[in-house]
Design a protein around this ligand. Structure first.
Ligand code: ARG
Length: 362
């Protein structure tokens, strides 16, 4: 199926060497070994150190991520030997537990088997390990997260039983395809899913809305490509920035669309754009997220500090002789953009061919 190009392997090994990433690496020996292994098997096996460094550089190359200052700290769990669906689900649960640590969130990546010459690697069909169901209701509206209405239909079609009392924040099951055409469902145990109930530092009425969000964003549908080898299941997480939840997930019109509710409770006139009710509600909702995560002791970034740290990262990369491509429209926060330093400049254009990389879901 997929045969590895030696040239891509070579480019990766030379990058590791140039960056002094693999102590004791003898480049020519390693390259000769890889060449032979590819000739014999159509692929080659990364050492644990190569795998870990490749994953870190894939993060460093993620042009949409504002949090890349921490790329060296990524913890990599090698689960290439785990091949059955139940085993993969189990390791996803362990990943969540080890990444969550009661709220002291640690950037973590778990890598499963690569696509090989004989057979494709496993796939995780969820776009994140933790997401909330969206139930289509009779009147055309959605209970829960509308972004996942389609995925919710899919897992229900495969036999997932929604909770007796359906709610706005029902955690979806994992959908794992260890072999093509054999999808299997696994529920996440409650203790592997840390959630934060949302309260507002000043407004008591906010607490009664029953809002919550999960602590760990763990992207699970982006293949990781290192040195010509593609790992289709390589879930990874960092920690949240409050705006992702307060100014997007809970606020976007196509998601929880909560601004009309919040503005209403704030006593704002929501029939006139010029009262800026959306803008005022957006701040209070994001503040509630920040406050709630902080109070619960769950790691969360704020957009002002993270913007400064990102520019520190860009400067460091330049000092290391590298460019730091970034996607302006993703890196600039969805709230108070121009109040953050990342707004006021342009960045090097991302190169879709850069490797190692997390690839678009496919
Ligand atoms: N924006 C996505 C979400 O709300 C998460 C993307 C990754 N974010 C992160 N902080 N690592 O779920």
């Amino acid at each position: 199926m997929t045969t590895v190009e030696y040239a891509e392997a070579e480019e990766f090994i030379r990058l590791c060497a140039a960056e002094g990433a693999l102590p004791g690496l003898r480049v020519d020996d390693r390259l000769a070994q890889i060449k032979e292994e590819i000739a014999e098997t159509g692929s080659y096996r990364h050492t644990q150190a190569e795998l870990a460094y490749g994953a870190r550089v894939a993060w460093r190359n993620s042009a949409r991520c504002i949090g890349r200052l921490y790329w060296r700290s990524l913890r990599v769990r090698d689960c290439r030997h785990v091949r059955d669906a139940a085993g993969i689900a189990g390791e996803c649960v362990t990943h969540l537990r080890e990444a969550t640590r009661q709220g002291r969130i640690r950037p973590t990546l778990t890598v499963f088997a690569p696509d090989g010459p004989a057979a494709p690697g496993p796939r995780i069909r969820n776009d994140q390990l933790i997401r909330y169901a969206g139930y289509r209701l009779e009147d055309g509206s959605v209970l829960g997260d509308p972004q996942y209405a389609g995925f919710t239909d899919t897992v229900r079609g495969l036999g997932w039983r929604a909770p007796e009392r359906r709610g706005s924040f029902d955690v979806l099951p994992l959908l794992i395809e260890a072999e093509p055409g054999s999808p299997r469902l696994f529920s996440l145990p409650a203790d592997a899913v840390l959630e934060v109930p949302l309260t507002h530092p000043d407004h008591r009425w906010f607490d009664g809305l029953g809002l919550r969000w999960h602590a760990v964003p763990a992207i699970s549908n982006m293949p990781l490509e290192i040195g010509g080898v593609r790992y289709p299941a390589a879930p990874f997480n960092g920690w949240y920035m409050a705006t992702e939840i307060g100014a997007r997930n809970l606020a976007d019109v196509g998601r929880y669309n909560l601004l009309p509710v919040i503005a209403g409770l704030m006593g704002l006139k929501t029939d006139d754009d010029r009262t800026m009710w959306r803008d005022r509600a957006l701040v209070e909702l994001t503040l509630a997220v920040q406050h709630s995560f902080d109070t619960a002791g769950v790691t969360v970034a704020d957009h002002h500090s993270e913007s400064r740290r990102f520019l520190t990262h860009v400067a460091r990369e330049e000092r290391a002789g590298r460019s730091c491509p970034a996607d302006w429209s993703w890196v600039v926060p969805p709230l108070s953009g121009a109040q953050t330093a990342v707004f006021h400049r342009y960045y090097d254009e991302p190169d879709p061919a850069a490797r190692p990389a997390f690839l678009p879901p496919g």
